[in-house]
Ligand binder design. Structure first.
Ligand code: BGC
Length: 714
C-alpha cells in the first residue's frame, strides 16, 4: 500500500477522523445528519463517525467483523478500523493480575502469558491492547496497584519489556497484537494515592524511578504509548510537550502512536489549562498526541485551527501517517479482519494449554508470608472447611476482558479436586465489605467457628473483592475489615490448622491478623485457574516461590517503599528520629519477601575486587543452599547503595535478581556482574553518570537485609 499516496488523497476532515477513537455504539448509531443518540454527547454526526480511525472496547470475531464491514462500506478510502481494547491479564483465559505476575519475578512467564493473551485476542478480532501498564507505584491506597508490577524500577522494566515481547513478538506476526504501554508518565505517583490526582515530581525521581519501565517498553519496540490522565508538575500528559515530544519522541526515539487516555483531551478544561475544546486540540497536537480517545476536540476544531494557522497540515500528516503505518504493519489493508475467527475462538479460548499456563502463573505468583507448620496440608485429611467471602468465588480480578467468574475455578472447587476423599465444607463467615463490623455478621462468624472446630484443617479465603481495586478504586484504609479480622480470630481460636489466603489487588495492612493466623498466603486476584493453583500449593503439589513486588505496610504508613532516601535522623535513634508514634516504623512485610516449603541459606557476598574502574566490572558471588526438605526456587536479589554522592542516594536499589532452582541439600554459586551502568544516576549537576567513591552491596532473598560488603569506584 502506498501510504503517502493515500495520505495525499485524504481531506483534512478525514485526517482528523482518523485521529479519533470512539466506542462501537457511536459508530453504529445511524442517526442521520442530526446530532442524535450516543453521538449527541460528542456533538458529531455520521459525517465524522463513518470515517473514524480506531475503535475502543469491542471484542469478539463476530462483532468486530460486523463493525469492520459496517465501516468499510462507508469509508471513502477503505481504510480499515484498528480495534483496541484493554487486555490486561488475559483475553478470555485470565492469568493473575499484573501485580501477581510481578510477584513471580519471572519474566519468561510474563512473556508467555502475554503471548497467550495475544493469541486469544487475535482470534477475537483485536489488533491492539492497552497494556502493559507499567506505572511505578509506592502507595498501596491507589486502586491501580493491581495493574502494575509494583514499586521497583528494575523489576518493572524487566516485566515491561517481557510483556511487550509477549504481545508483539518479533514483528507483529499473525498471532500477535500491538502493545500500548501506559500511562505515560508517572500516573502512579498521584497525590494521596487518589486516582486521577495531581503528580508533582522532581526530574531525578521521575527519570530514575518512574521512567525506566516506559523506556524499557520503547526500547523493546512497543507500537503505542498512552498518555496519562494526571498533571505532571502542572501539565496534563496529553498536552505535555516536554514529556511526549522532548523525552519520548526526541530523546528516546519513539516513532509510534501516542494515544490519549479516555476523554483526557477534554479534561484539559477541568485541569484549568484550556478554556475550550479548541484549545485542548491545539495543545494536544502541539504535544504530538496522535489519537484522541473518547472526546472530539480534533474533529470539531482541527480544521478551524488549521485555517487560522494555529497548527500545520504537517502536524496532522505526521500523526495520520503513524496510524496508517500501524494498520499497514498489521496487514489490515490486505485483510481487514486479520485473524478474527469464530472457529479459532472456539479452539483457543480456555483451551487446556491456556488454562495450564494460567494455573502455573497463579502458582508462581502466590506469596507465602508465614507458615507455623500448617502447610502443606495433608491430602488425606478427613474433613476440611473452606471459609470466607472468597471461598466459593472465581476471583478473576478486575479488567477481565472476556473472561468470566463462571469459567473460573474457586478455592472450594480446587480443594475438592485434590482432597478427593475429604469432606469439604463451606461457610461464608463475612462479606468483602471493608466497613463491615463483626456484630453485623455475628451469626455467620459463629457458624464458621463451629464448622472450623469440627474440621481437621481450615482454608480461610478473605481479602478484597475483585472490584475493590482497579481504576478509581482508591482506599483510604487498606486494613483487613473488622469483620474479616474477627473471623480469622474466631476460627484460629478453635483450629490451629488454619491457613489464611488473602485475595487482593494491592498490599493490604495485615497487622490485625498477622500474629493470629498461623499460616498466611497472598494470592492476589489469581485469574481463571486460581482454585486449582491454590489447591496445588496448599497440598504441596507445587512449592511457593513468589516474592512481594510491593512493601506490605501497616495501616497509615503508605506510601512506603524500600528504595527510599536516607535521612539525617534514621529510625532507632530515640525520640527525634524517623518514626510513628502509634505504629511501628518497619512495614509488616518488606519488598522482595516470600517463603517456601524449604529454606535457603545465602552466604555473605564476596566480590572479585574491592575496587572497580570505570570501564571495569565486579563480580558478586554468593553460595545458595537449599537447607530444607523440599525442592524449591529461590529469588536471589542484588541491592546496591551509593554511600556518598553529590546527591543523597536510595538506601538500597535492586540491580539484579536470579531465580535458582535447588533440590534439598543442593547448593549453587550465584553471580552478578556490576558494571558502571548499575551505578549511574542523575548527579547534582544534572549529568547521568556514576560518581567515584564507596558502594555497599547486599545480596539476599528480601530487601530488608542488613549485611553488606563494600567496594570503591576509582
Ligand atoms: C483507563 C485506561 C484504559 C482506557 C480505555 C481509561 O479509563 O485509564 O487504562 O486503557 O480507559 O479503556
Amino acid at each position: 500500500m502506498d501510504l503517502q499516496k493515500l495520505l495525499n488523497e485524504m481531506t483534512v476532515d478525514e485526517k482528523l477522523a482518523q485521529m479519533t477513537q470512539l466506542v462501537p455504539q457511536i459508530i453504529t448509531d445511524k442517526g442521520e445528519g442530526a446530532v442524535t443518540g450516543p453521538m449527541r454527547n460528542f456533538g458529531i454526526t455520521r459525517k465524522v463517525t463513518s470515517k473514524i480511525g480506531t475503535l475502543l472496547g469491542g471484542t469478539g470475531a463476530e462483532q468486530l467483523k460486523f463493525l469492520q464491514d459496517f465501516h468499510m462500506d462507508e469509508d471513502p478510502h477503505k481504510i480499515p478500523l484498528l480495534f483496541m481494547a484493554d487486555i490486561i491479564h488475559g483475553y478470555r483465559t485470565l492469568y493473575p493480575v499484573p501485580l501477581g505476575l510481578g510477584a513471580s519475578f519471572d519474566t519468561e512467564l510474563a512473556e508467555q502469558c502475554c503471548a497467550m493473551a495475544a493469541k486469544e485476542a487475535v482470534a477475537g478480532g483485536l489488533h491492539v491492547t492497552f497494556a502493559p501498564m507499567v506505572d511505578l507505584v509506592r502507595d498501596a491506597r491507589w486502586g491501580r496497584c493491581m495493574e502494575t508490577t509494583g514499586e521497583d524500577p528494575y523489576l518493572n522494566s524487566k516485566m515491561s519489556a517481557a510483556m511487550v515481547r509477549g504481545f508483539q513478538g518479533e514483528n507483529l506476526e499473525k498471532d500477535k497484537i500491538a502493545a500500548c504501554v501506559k500511562h505515560f508518565a508517572a500516573y502512579g505517583a498521584c497525590d494521596g494515592g487518589r486516582d486521577y490526582d495531581a503528580v508533582e515530581l522532581g526530574d531525578r525521581t521521575l527519570r530514575e524511578f518512574y521512567m525506566p519501565a516506559y523506556k524499557a517498553a520503547v526500547d523493546e519496540g512497543v507500537e503505542l504509548v498512552m498518555t496519562s490522565f494526571n498533571t505532571l508538575n502542572g501539565v496534563p500528559s496529553s498536552a505535555n510537550k516536554y514529556l511526549v515530544d522532548d523525552i519520548l519522541r526526541k530523546e528516546w526515539g519513539f516513532d509510534g502512536i501516542v494515544i490519549s487516555d479516555f476523554n483526557a483531551f477534554y479534561e484539559m478544561i477541568s485541569h484549568g489549562i484550556a478554556a475550550n475544546e479548541k484549545e485542548c486540540a491545539k495543545k494536544a497536537l502541539d504535544a504530538t498526541s496522535d489519537i484522541e480517545m473518547m472526546s472530539t476536540c480534533y474533529v470539531k476544531f482541527g480544521k478551524q485551527l488549521l485555517e487560522e494557522g494555529e497548527i500545520t497540515e504537517k502536524q496532522l500528516d505526521d500523526a495520520v501517517m503513524r496510524i496508517l503505518k500501524l494498520k499497514e504493519k498489521l496487514g489490515l489493508f490486505d485483510d481487514p479482519y486479520r485473524g478474527a475467527s469464530v472457529e479459532e475462538e472456539k479452539r483457543l479460548h480456555l483451551c487446556k494449554e491456556h488454562r495450564d499456563l494460567a494455573r502455573v502463573a497463579a502458582e508462581k505468583s502466590a506469596v507465602l508470608l508465614k507458615n507455623d507448620g500448617v502447610l502443606p496440608l495433608d491430602e488425606n485429611v478427613k474433613k476440611i472447611a473452606v471459609i470466607g467471602p472468597a471461598a466459593d468465588h472465581g476471583m478473576i480480578g478486575g479488567w477481565f476482558c472476556c473472561g468470566t467468574v463462571a469459567e473460573a475455578v474457586s478455592a472450594l472447587d480446587g480443594i475438592k479436586g485434590i482432597a478427593k476423599n475429604a469432606d469439604v465444607k463451606l461457610a461464608f463467615g463475612s462479606t468483602f465489605d471493608p466497613n463491615e463490623k463483626p456484630e453485623a455478621v455475628a451469626d455467620r462468624i459463629s457458624e464458621a467457628k463451629q464448622l472450623a472446630a469440627e474440621c481437621d484443617a481450615v482454608v480461610l479465603c478473605i481479602g478484597e473483592e475483585m472490584d475493590m481495586s482497579g481504576e478509581s478504586h482508591t482506599r483510604a484504609r487498606i486494613s483487613i475489615s473488622d469483620a474479616q479480622a474477627e473471623l480469622v480470630k474466631e476460627v484460629c481460636s478453635v483450629n490451629k490448622n488454619t491457613v489464611t489466603v488473602i485475595y487482593c489487588g494491592r498490599p493490604l495492612a495485615l497487622e490485625k491478623i498477622n500474629d493470629i493466623s498461623p499460616a498466611t498466603v497472598i494470592f492476589w486476584h489469581p485469574g481463571t485457574e486460581g482454585g486449582n493453583a491454590l489447591a496445588n500449593l496448599l497440598f504441596g503439589k507445587v512449592n511457593f516461590q513468589g516474592k512481594l513486588p510491593m512493601t506490605f505496610p501497616y495501616e497509615g504508613q503508605s506510601p512506603y517503599f524500600y528504595n527510599h532516601l536516607p535521612t539525617g535522623r534514621p529510625n532507632g535513634n530515640g525520640g527525634y528520629c524517623l518514626r510513628y508514634l502509634d505504629t511501628p516504623y518497619e512495614p509488616v512485610y518488606p519488598f522482595g519477601y516470600g517463603m517456601s516449603y524449604t529454606t535457603f541459606e545465602i552466604s555473605s557476598p564476596t566480590l572479585s575486587s574491592n575496587e572497580m574502574t570505570e570501564d571495569g566490572e565486579i563480580t558478586v558471588s554468593v553460595n545458595v543452599k537449599n537447607t530444607g526438605n523440599a525442592h524449591g526456587i529461590e529469588t536471589v536479589q542484588l541491592y546496591i547503595n551509593d554511600v556518598t554522592a553529590s546527591v543523597s542516594r536510595p538506601v538500597k536499589e535492586m540491580k539484579g535478581y536470579q531465580k535458582v532452582e535447588l533440590a534439598p541439600g543442593e547448593e549453587k554459586t550465584v553471580t552478578f556482574k556490576i558494571t558502571l551502568d548499575a551505578l549511574k544516576f542523575h548527579t547534582f549537576s544534572g549529568e547521568y553518570k556514576a560518581e567515584k567513591g564507596k558502594f555497599k552491596v547486599f545480596v539476599s532473598n528480601r530487601s530488608d537485609v542488613k549485611e553488606f560488603v563494600e567496594f570503591k569506584l576509582i
